[in-house]
Design a protein around this ligand. Sequence first.
Ligand code: NAD
Ligand code: MG
Length: 398
Amino acid sequence: MSLSFGGAEGAPRRLSILGATGSIGCSTLDLVARDPEAYDVEVLTAFRSVDALAEQARNVEAKLAVVGDESLYKDLKDSLWGSGTEVAAGTSALVEAATRPSEWVMAGIVGAAGLAPTLAAVRRGAVVALANKECLVCAGELMLDEVRDSEATLLPVDSEHNAIFQVFDFERLERVERIVLTASGGPFLNTDVAELSQVTPEQAVAHPNWDMGAKISVDSATMMNKGLEMIEAHHLFPVAPHQIEVLMHPQSVIHSMVGYVDGSVLAQLGEPDMRTPIAYTLAWPDRIATPSARLDLARIGTLTFQSPDEVRFPALRLAREAMEAGGAAPIILNGANEVAVAAFLERRIGFTDIIATVEATLSAMPRIAINGLDDVLVVDRESRRIAGAMISPPSGRA
Ligand code: NAD
Ligand code: MG
């Protein structure tokens, strides 16, 4: 069987890459560069990295390049002068870019900022490769309703969810007993808990296995990343919260597993290289070759596992509670976390203050009912305001 994804048979596949200059965006473009005839790049976007974006746009002859920061329009325009690439800037230009008629869209923006562009791609029925987990955490139900209405195809890029997607039996849901999200534990799996308050941004972003953007690297160090991934999994796969387990696995070789009623457990394995799950979404339902290192289990020798420690990683408990509560709770969790991680990276708060801020914001905020995107945006804004005020009180404490 061959799927044309709306493009003419044999014609290059039209791609849009939202968040092109980030870690996921660069890995996607690395795959595109290995088979340039197979793809036409419609859109590339970035937030502020004008030079990197302009270079990428020239390399792939993108039709449109968009920078999220409106004040950088002229810089981008100058950088792409004479290239044939159209230029735009600003938040609404990002959303508009996502409506361009490409067949495949990489949602690779980090944070809730990716929600509106990702929704725009979903609404026009595109194949959306979803890396941006924060938008599912904030607006999962809404987004999946839109996917159903528009008949868009949502393909998970996050390595755990991509692994589950590869071994999940969607035809026999009642035979699925549980899904097991594996977690490396990040750089502080074995650090003395008493020392965690002193760790620096440099130590926190130095992930032992994966090379990722700063925000997700800090989330991996606090394990909020796995918390967000539990909520992401709850939206992507039809299982109840109690069927979602987390298992520490420091080698990041088993990317996640699905357990069935007969006791079978199916897993997807591979070297920790995001080009493998990205390639899976780019070629789905086919597969394409990647340059990722081949898994050599004899060389690795030992795979280890342990139960998660919610005292060391309170983010896991907060995220599980937010997943079970649903509604406003995951939006508050995510908004407060984004603000706190940014403050930590700017050295305005310590490492353990990140999750303390999230917990305090969750306690401080009322849980309004979520009936649409406007409610999501109100709660997101308010959680950021409250978390921000806790970090830099308007008056009083210095
Ligand atoms: P990154 O920080 O390396 O890149 C983020 C991209 O988004 C950049 O292109 C940046 O310019 C753009 N961006 C940032 N803020 C923006 C804003 N306000 N408006 C518009 N664009 C903005 O991040 P990343 O590591 O590539 O992660 C991207 C997403 O993929 C995140 O949601 C992350 O959780 C998820 N993810 C990443 C990895 C990984 O290996 N890096 C793995 C799994 C999931
Ligand atoms: Mg992941």
